[in-house]
Design a protein around this ligand. Structure first.
Ligand SMILES: Cc1cc2nc3c(=O)[nH]c(=O)nc-3n(C[C@H](O)[C@H](O)[C@H](O)COP(=O)(O)OP(=O)(O)OC[C@H]3O[C@@H](n4cnc5c(N)ncnc54)[C@H](O)[C@@H]3O)c2cc1C
Length: 387
């Protein structure tokens, strides 16, 4: 293609799709190359905090997300027996940030983004194997022997990013020490009515459990459980084993798991990578998890990918034909914040997964005694941000 503003986007996950929309808004031509043969409706619930919702509004899909998802209008943290530790002032937070936070099924979010992309902009079944760049262009080569060229190349290819590895070499993933078990169930509990949205988290010894509405009468739940890396489900199977680990916990913890189809329960060991000092090289850069894979404890992975997309598009628009300079500007504007959230997510996970009874008692004492308004301010720099 001869267009001097043509982006090759590797990976059509949430960050790749968001980047495509943001760049198109600035007059760029985009082609998304996705290795999967089809978009499967997999995944569980995903939280989109106020900063992510504002980014989605700018990408033109905020309204769809509000219709498909559920606003967070109540958020409580309990101990594993159900004793209330803190009720976060979500209405006050939403007013301060100028937006509600939402939960949505990942597949619904992906569909909302995909609906804005035309079929000729997305090529499925294309796995990038290598790329090269010269002064004016980048070339991408795919596993099926085909190739493409464009003005810039974006690695939106996730935590196992080939683009990142080619640019900066292999770096090992860091196992968090816990595995995430997640499910979605059609489930109702009068204490957590659909109208109030949100839900609760229950924190125990080496286990954190979450329960939230995600719209359409569905509850998303997760259990983050301390476990050796690569541990199998055990002879009882995933569902029974999870129920065993949560024996005696506050109901509706076990009830919502019971209401979930066994085969639909997901399990993933949780990883991140150490922050990078650079994301770009010439006409090639990284966005989303490829740039800053983070533990999910602050619910910011997708939101940070959306922020990347908007800032990148703005830098490209502001820098005319000097794309390499625009990519450097993008990296400068985004790196500090994204890397700080990688670190914050690790810290949050360390505290929520504690096993030491004394440390847990201290944690719960602080949650109960520090005013909720002050606790909620701790996240202002993340959730109150607007790109
Ligand atoms: C348990 C868990 C819970 C989470 N909860 C939340 C949450 O509540 N809120 C939140 O904001 N975030 C959450 N996240 C993080 C969020 O899911 C990720 O940050 C986000 O999905 C990253 O999107 P991405 O597009 O950057 O990467 P990915 O979703 O990994 O997409 C990368 C895409 O690139 C494709 N690809 C890879 N290699 C190639 C190649 N060589 N050629 C072509 N295509 C390729 C892949 O097939 C894939 O489609 C959670 C993560 C986990 C693990």
């Amino acid at each position: 293609m001869s267009n001097e503003k043509h982006a090759l986007i590797i990976g059509a996950g949430l960050s790749g799709l968001a980047s495509a929309l943001a760049l198109m808004q600035k007059g760029w031509q985009v082609t998304l190359y996705e290795q999967a043969q089809e978009h499967k409706g997999i995944g569980a619930g995903i939280v989109l905090a106020a900063n992510a919702m504002k980014a989605l509004d700018k990408l033109g899909v905020g309204q769809e997300v509000r219709e498909l998802g559920a606003a967070v209008r109540s958020a409580r943290i309990r101990d594993w027996k159900g004793n209330l530790l803190v009720e976060l002032p979500v209405a006050e937070q939403a007013e301060r940030y100028g937006a509600d936070s939402y939960l949505i099924h990942r597949a619904d979010l992906q569909q909302a983004l995909l609906a804005k992309i035309s079929t000729h902009e997305l090529v499925l079944g294309k796995q990038l194997v290598s790329f090269s760049q010269e002064k004016e262009r980048v070339h991408a080569a795919f596993a099926d022997g085909s190739s493409a060229h464009g003005t810039i190349l974006l690695g939106a290819d996730g935590i196992h990013s080939r683009v990142r590895k080619s640019l900066f070499g292999e770096d090992s993933m860091r196992y968090s020490g816990y595995t995430a078990i997640r499910g979605i169930a059609t489930y109702q509990d009068p204490r957590y009515p659909l109208e109030s949205g949100g839900g609760f988290e229950a924190w125990g010894k080496g286990i954190r459990f979450g329960f939230s509405h995600i719209g359409n009468n569905r509850i998303h739940w997760f259990a983050a459980i301390n476990a050796p890396e690569g541990e199998n489900d055990g002879p009882m199977g995933r569902k029974r084993e999870t129920l065993r680990r949560l024996d005696g916990w506050y109901e509706p913890v076990r009830a919502v798991i019971e209401a979930t189809e066994d085969a639909a329960i997901l399990r993933h060991d949780i990883y991140d990578r150490a922050p990078l000092r650079k994301w770009s090289e010439g006409r090639v850069t990284l966005v989303g998890d490829a740039a800053h894979p983070m533990l999910p404890n602050l619910g910011q992975g997708a939101g940070q990918g959306m922020e990347d997309a908007l800032v990148l598009a703005r830098c490209l628009a502001d820098n005319g034909t000097d794309s390499a300079h625009a990519l450097r500007m993008y990296e400068e504007k985004r790196k500090k914040r994204a890397n700080a959230i990688v670190k914050g997510s690790r810290l949050m996970g360390a505290v929520t997964q504690w096993e030491n009874p004394l440390a847990i008692a201290a944690r719960h004492f602080l949650l109960k005694t520090i005013p909720a308004r002050i606790q909620s301010r701790r996240l202002d720099w993340i959730v109150g941000h607007e790109v």
